[in-house]
Design a protein around this ligand. Structure first.
Ligand code: AMP
Ligand code: ZN
Ligand code: ZN
Length: 420
């Protein structure tokens, strides 16, 4: 009788198991498509921990099949325009120039305001290179549904498709438009799509971050993400698409009993201008009054005050000519303003703009698709690192940025990093 060759059987079994394992369960050996897509959604003001407070099971499914960040740290000031544009350009606000939601440019002698259409659409205000400009210049089509900066020609370039901001554009129809863009003929199909919802920022401001209204709103937004993922999964290019769901900043509770009024510390004759909104204000002092403004504001409890040239280095702020002489921001949960503009009753609900080192200012970041590892949780990083991440996925030569691929590359499958 033939003898059983045990050594042969054991080696064959190990080989079969190894081949089976590497083909079926090891994410790193899956073939990575050459032409990948990136579809990045921002849910304005979605704080890092909302998915733990509410049922956001569609976001959690992205985390299970991809990556989530512990949290995404915004730039200072943690406001909407500076941060969406930092995500787009990889630059701190000092370096891209959108230093606040509203600011004055002394060289242009012009004001920028988010409610001023002409300003928002004026490319001269926008420095740096948004990722869609990098992509378009390197031959890729891009599309944007309301991302900050996409409505202006930056370096003379728009996304191939973009829209004039409409706050009330129906939410479900945004999903269908993005899906329709992904179904365009290949020559026209955008490889990068950025899109946006202005919530849960609105309810966070009005009702405070820990409210039932925020929970209801983020659960609704999560259902839209679910609708999008479902429709995406039916497209022939589904396995080439990387989905990112992120946000610009978080939200902190405020209350009328934690208010600091500038009127109690300053005389208006010391000022040429003051500009801002709770909780970040800037002041241009009248000739010879810079010290009066600075030293008197310093007397206020719970208020951080800096001359523009001595803002802490980790805020990366103060070198741009659009930043005024003195910058003030309070401790978290505190409010600042002028009595003429704000009553204590206005300081109710929530706000953002504070020092981004406060965790309440941190945002969400979830991503899945062929470029991303599976089931990986990455530590907190700054949002300026999103630009180099997307540039890598789309195989683009990146512009110079403050963000660095090395800060985020652990999210990517090792195969994505070959050829470096
Ligand atoms: P804030 O909470 O003050 O930092 O700003 C949030 C607001 O920015 C949202 O409620 C939107 O109405 C507004 N917003 C966002 N994107 C745009 C845009 N592209 N054009 C005009 N306003 C915008
Ligand atoms: Zn915002
Ligand atoms: Zn807001």
């Amino acid at each position: 009788m033939k003898k059983i060759n045990w050594v042969h059987i054991i080696i064959s079994t190990i080989l079969i198991i190894t081949v089976f394992w590497s083909c079926s369960s090891n994410p790193y050996v899956h073939k990575i498509p050459k032409e990948q897509y990136v579809v990045m959604l921002s849910l304005d003001g979605c704080r890092w921990d909302y998915p733990q407070m509410a049922d956001m099971h569609n976001l959690e499914s992205i985390a299970r099949s991809g990556v989530k960040l512990e949290s995404l740290q915004p730039c200072f000031p943690s406001k909407t325009f500076p941060n969406h544009y930092s995500m787009a350009t990889g630059l701190y606000p000092d370096h891209h120039g959108i230093v606040q939601n509203s600011f004055y440019d002394p060289e242009m002698d012009a004001y920028y305001k988010i409610s001023d259409r002409e300003a928002v659409e004026n490319g001269e205000f926008y420095g740096g290179e948004p990722i869609w400009v990098t992509a378009e210049q390197q031959g890729l089509k891009t599309a944007s549904f309301f991302w900050v900066g996409s409505e202006a020609p930056v370096q003379g370039v728009y996304p191939s498709r973009w829209k004039v901001y409409d706050h009330h554009f129906p939410y479900a129809a945004r999903v269908d438009t993005v899906i329709a863009w992904l179904q365009l003929p290949k020559k026209e199909r955008p490889r990068l799509i950025t899109w946006y919802y202005p919530e849960p920022d609105g309810v966070g401001h009005e009702y405070s971050p820990e409210s039932q209204e925020v929970i209801d709103k983020v659960e609704y937004l999560d259902s839209l993400v679910g609708d999008f993922l479902n429709k995406l999964s039916q497209l022939p290019i589904a396995d080439q698409v990387n989905v990112i769901v992120t946000s610009d900043h978080g939200m902190a509770r405020i209350s009328g009993d934690k208010a600091i009024y500038f009127d109690d510390y300053l005389q208006t004759t010391w000022l040429d201008t003051s500009l801002g909104s709770n909780p970040v204000w800037m002041f241009d002092a009248a000739e010879g009054f810079e010290d009066s403004v600075y030293l008197n504001l310093k007397k206020a409890q719970h208020l951080q005050v800096w001359k523009k040239d001595s803002i802490p280095a980790n805020l990366h702020y103060g070198n741009n000519s659009r930043v005024m002489d003195v910058v003030a921001t309070p401790d978290i949960n505190w409010s600042i303003g002028w009595r003429a503009n704000e009553l204590p009753a206005d300081f109710l609900g929530g706000t953002h703009g504070y020092d981004p080192h406060y965790k309440d200012m941190h945002a969400i970041f979830y991503a899945s698709g062929p470029a991303f590892k599976i089931g990986y949780v990455h530590p907190t990083v700054e949002n300026v690192n999103i630009y180099p991440l997307i540039a890598k996925i789309l195989d683009l030569k990146p512009a110079e940025t403050d963000g660095k691929l090395e800060n985020v590359q652990r999210m990517l499958k090792p195969k994505m990093l070959l050829n470096d």
